[in-house]
Design a protein around this ligand. Structure first.
Ligand SMILES: [Zn+2]
Length: 266
């Protein structure tokens, strides 16, 4: 049995599949603030017992974090974890192969191979949950950046005079247009306009064929994809192609990507 895990700032989702993308077992729960890596391993062990699957064959983890080549969570403000060697911890606990990747890279890889971006050469994937992340798909492949850190769309600076972000800068996109910001102060600070501004800049820079939006915050009242599509051209270079803006059709593309990761197809 393969385990796919989406470890996000707000939720933990775990699914088990025998083969292919058909889930045999699924779990979703709110991530307890202060959840430690040991708590996370305890949760997986409990699910394994409840599901009666025995030891998983492989585990793929999509994590809301910057992840290094060895599956170590180098930084994750949304999890409150830093330098956690998650791949090694899970591998020791479950005696199986474990692969760990940044959540938006998992989601984008799913979209590029089986989702909305299948068959396209370029797409920009934006995950809006607790925070805001992105991944660029170029020539059908996910671009991870020079040091695996090209995922932090939420820290695009929108207003240098804005409030201090937890990253240290002022006026980051995630200070207004994120699930966390809108849960704290719903409707304030023009989140849709800020999102349009950041996407417009991305279009000017990359001119992708398609923009895919995913994540739980798209269900919050402030989000309106029709209005967003109307606003974006005001912030992008007029001669650049205006890509189609779509919502992911997958309930959780990051989780689907984690399964691809467990199958070493990412
Ligand atoms: Zn920031």
């Amino acid at each position: 049995m393969r385990y796919a895990i989406d470890l996000g700032g707000t939720h933990v989702r775990v699914a088990a599949a025998q083969s292919g993308c058909e889930w045999r077992h699924q779990h979703s729960s709110r991530r307890t603030p202060g959840m430690t890596p040991a708590d996370f391993i305890d949760l997986l062990a409990r699910l394994s017992r409840e599901w009666g699957t025995g030891q998983p064959q492989t585990i793929g983890v999509s994590a809301a974090a910057v992840v290094d080549d060895d599956g170590c969570l180098v930084a994750s403000e949304n999890l409150g974890w830093k330098d956690v060697p998650l791949r090694r911890l899970l591998s020791d606990a479950f005696s199986c192969k474990v692969l760990v990747e940044t959540d938006v890279f998992c989601g984008a890889a799913y979209e590029a191979s089986l989702g909305a971006a299948a068959g396209t050469q370029s797409a920009f994937y934006i995950g809006i949950g607790t925070g805001v992340g992105h991944a660029l798909i170029l020539n059908g492949q996910v671009w991870r950046g020079a040091r695996r850190g090209a995922n932090a769309f939420g820290h695009t600076v929108i207003d240098p005079a804005g409030e201090r972000c937890y990253c240290g800068h002022r006026g980051c996109l995630c200070s207004t247009a994120s699930g966390l910001a809108q849960a704290d102060r719903p409707g304030e600070d023009f989140p849709l306009q800020h999102l349009a501004q950041a996407i417009g800049n991305a279009i000017t820079l990359v001119e992708p064929e398609l923009i895919i939006l995913a994540g739980g915050a798209l269900n919050q009242p402030w989000f309106d994809i029709v209005r967003l599509a109307e606003l974006i051209p005001d912030f992008s270079y007029p001669a650049a192609f205006q890509p189609q803006l779509v919502r992911s059709e997958a309930a959780d593309p990051n989780l689907c990507g984690a399964l691809l990761l467990s199958m070493e197809q990412l």
